[in-house]
Design a protein around this ligand. Sequence first.
Ligand code: 2P0
Length: 329
Amino acid sequence: MKAAARARANIALLKYWGKADDGPLNIPAVGSISITLDALWSDTEVHFDGSLAADELTLNGQHRPEQLDRVRRCLDLLRGRAGVKRPARITSRNNFPTGAGLASSASGYAALTAAAAAALDVKLTARELSIVARQGSGSAARSVFGGFVEMHAGMRPDGSDSYAEPLMPAEAWPLELVVAVTARSEKQVSSRAGMTRSAATSPYFPAWVARSPVDLKQGREAILKRDFESLADVAERNCLSMHGAAMAARPPLLYWNGATIACLEAVRELRRGGVPVFFTIDAGPQLKAVCAPGESAAVREALTDVPGVVDVLQSGLGCGVEAAIPDSG
Ligand code: 2P0
């Protein structure tokens, strides 16, 4: 009863921010559209073992008992379907720097869900896998798939229509990503806490939710037409709207530092100079520059020179989650 899976990180171009249900179902208030990355992944092994007293989680070599509540949401759904009660030993490792603000929960929970389902021999469709992964972390629902991915917020209170699905394969438009790391410390307010605070206290939160379907439509159409200008326009606006809603929360949420703004200006300068690139920023100070195929070298060079940038990472688009049952053990 042991299996391993690899899932890749994803970056939302149209953001998920806020929950319709922040209980165990973890249903987002808005849909989202992301790209799955090829260079950043989580490798997770799950071993259901009757000799264990309780579930155990090791992340990058360290025990992380505080994550077990969320992990159990996914595991218990799968154990329930398999009729298995055994505890699990979960060993997970990210190939990208921890604390780099790179959505490790997305790749981590997608890999966990796929590995646990394989270990228990529970046959799930990719959509069902996405629904289970969502209950560990909303963005993980998207990392089940590769390329361009759309997450539907759904309407049903049981979350059965809140899942991600592929929008367009990576090969159809191999965009490139450059990440400017501007701080290595863990963020002070988690995405989860930031979303809850924004929804509860930001006067701009209802406007953010109301605008989302319009942004999603423009983003979806821009991707399907490979219209870089239109995608750049909606992605930057949507990102700044998410941060605007967060900044208006009480107390305010400001995820950026000075270097984040300097990177943002560098990206705008590049675009004014004719380089097809736009920025996006998640719940942390790192800036992600998305560029047209073949354009990442110039973007990387420009961002490396920005004062305050401590590291620069690069990635193309990648595939969905892959699970394997080990030969032995
Ligand atoms: C996103 N973020 O769409 C947005 C943009 C951060 C900013 O999804 O509470 O870790 O586990 O469902 O998925 C990060 O939030 O939140 C995130 P939970 P998650 O990528």
